[in-house]
Design a protein around this ligand. Structure first.
Ligand code: SF4
Ligand code: SF4
Length: 426
């Protein structure tokens, strides 16, 4: 803990006055009325007591007075694991609702890191972390599998557009854009790769994808392991530098964007010289600059937007996705509350990988389900692969008549494609 304490964490550990104003901001609390163990301040005190016992003078001298304490048994460790991994998605909604500026999610992540350092974590967290350390990406996608998928997507695009130049270039140096993705796209949603390629093609972009270090997700954000976080971020940064790309574009993923663009340089102690941006901003710029033409009447279903906690609350990406949506759909309906006050999809903080907490996660999903239902929309759009999975689970569990999609799919569908002139064959 001594190594991990910084101003933000220490300030949050000492500043709580137990006013309880954050309590109702948590979706776990709302879904479990009458159970105080879900209250952010209650959960925070499980970590705070360790800090008091070991670092705060009152806790060292009068531990009984300030409720300071340490962990002594396996049961203590298991209880802490249950709290920090199973009762919080690190969504930071309570953080922005605290008048004292207590950022519980930040030190909840710190506590996860402490447990991981002594080998206490849900099995899924261990498996995914191992894959990211050893294979280089969260889903254990092998290099051959990744390259074959890109090749397959490029072939489909060439057939669709009837143009052999509609390619997915690999390791091309000196491009304007190097495009990084989430391994989920290779494994479960390759359509999002071909949709992005289609947009780059119509924008006339000079772009490439790296054959190595291509994963922009980072399980270090969820596990609290800064060493993993730094190592993963560095792999991607070094690819962008080696290929002399001018800009690193990060596909739609909330935790990937936060890890790569915001937290990675700190974890990796790396001064990243290449500009980084979300593909949401890239697509919006293409439209605003007239590099691609879109026709919103191609997407006529009613659409609402779910702000990913990491994109919105943690990285301030609020207006760009909405501006983009207004260009590509005819019927956009806000969800309430939204932007910084939006509720987690339930899958944040790596929750989708922790199967033992699934019933608890789905129970907390009632808050999201009610929000979705109230919009009356048929489609929920989100700029995050994690949220796609979280929302899909909530929709299935609560039997909502809705489907989930991402901006890249809507933009690609709305593209105005000039048909090639038919040449009569003699
Ligand atoms: S974290 Fe903030 S809002 Fe919550 S009880 Fe403590 S001081 Fe009050
Ligand atoms: S970070 Fe989110 S899930 Fe965790 S306690 Fe705060 S509001 Fe609840």
């Amino acid at each position: 803990m001594r190594q991990k304490l910084n101003r933000q964490i220490t300030g949050s550990l000492v500043a709580c006055v137990h006013c309880g104003l954050c309590t109702d901001s948590c979706h776990y609390v709302q879904a479990n009325p009458g159970d105080p163990t879900y209250a952010p301040a209650y959960k925070a005190d499980k970590i705070r007591k360790l800090f008091k016992r070991h670092f705060d003078w009152t806790g060292r001298i009068f531990p009984w007075w300030v409720k300071a304490g340490s962990v002594f048994t396996d049961e203590d460790l298991e209880e802490l694991k249950d709290t920090v991994f199973g009762k919080c998605t690190n969504c930071r909604r309570c953080s922005i609702n605290c008048p004292m500026g207590v950022d519980y999610a930040t030190f909840n992540r710190m506590a996860r890191g402490l447990l991981v350092s002594v080998g206490i974590m849900p099995e899924g967290v261990a498996v995914v972390s191992k894959d990211q350390w050893e294979v280089g990406n969260q889903m254990g996608v092998l290099k051959e599998e990744y390259l074959e998928t890109l090749e397959w997507m490029a072939e489909e695009l060439q057939d669709e557009l009837d143009d052999p130049k509609a390619d997915i270039p690999i390791d091309r140096p000196d491009c304007n854009v190097i495009y990084s993705i989430n391994p989920r796209e290779v494994k479960y949603d390759p359509r999002s790769i071909s949709d992005a390629a289609k947009i780059f093609y119509f924008a006339g972009e000079s772009w490439t994808m790296p054959s190595e270090g291509w994963d922009m997700t980072n399980f270090g954000l969820f596990s609290g392991d800064d060493a993993l976080g730094g190592s993963v971020a560095r792999r991607l940064y070094e690819q962008a530098i080696e290929l002399r790309a001018k800009k690193l574009v990060i596909s739609e993923c909330g935790h990937g964007y936060r890890s790569t663009r915001c937290e990675g340089p700190n974890w990796a102690q790396f001064n990243m010289p290449v500009e980084m941006e979300s593909s949401v901003i890239t697509m919006l710029r293409y439209i605003n600059d007239g590099r691609i033409k879109v026709d919103k009447t191609k997407n006529t279903e009613s659409v609402t937007f779910h702000d990913s906690c990491n994109n919105a609350r943690s990285c301030g990406l609020f207006e760009e996705p909405r501006e983009l949506l207004r260009h590509v759909v005819t019927d956009f309906r806000e969800m309430y509350p939204n932007r910084a006050e939006n509720y987690c999809c339930t899958g944040g903080g790596g929750a989708m990988s922790m199967a033992e907490y699934t019933p608890r996660r789905l129970k907390s999903g009632i808050v999201k389900a009610n929000q979705l239902k109230a919009t009356g929309a048929k489609v929920v759009v989100t700029s995050c692969h994690n949220c796609v999975d979280g929302l899909t689970d909530v929709i299935r569990h609560y039997k909502l008549d809705m489907k989930v999609t991402q901006l890249v799919n809507l933009v690609a569908n709305a593209l105005v494609v000039k048909k090639k002139a038919a040449v009569p064959v003699g």
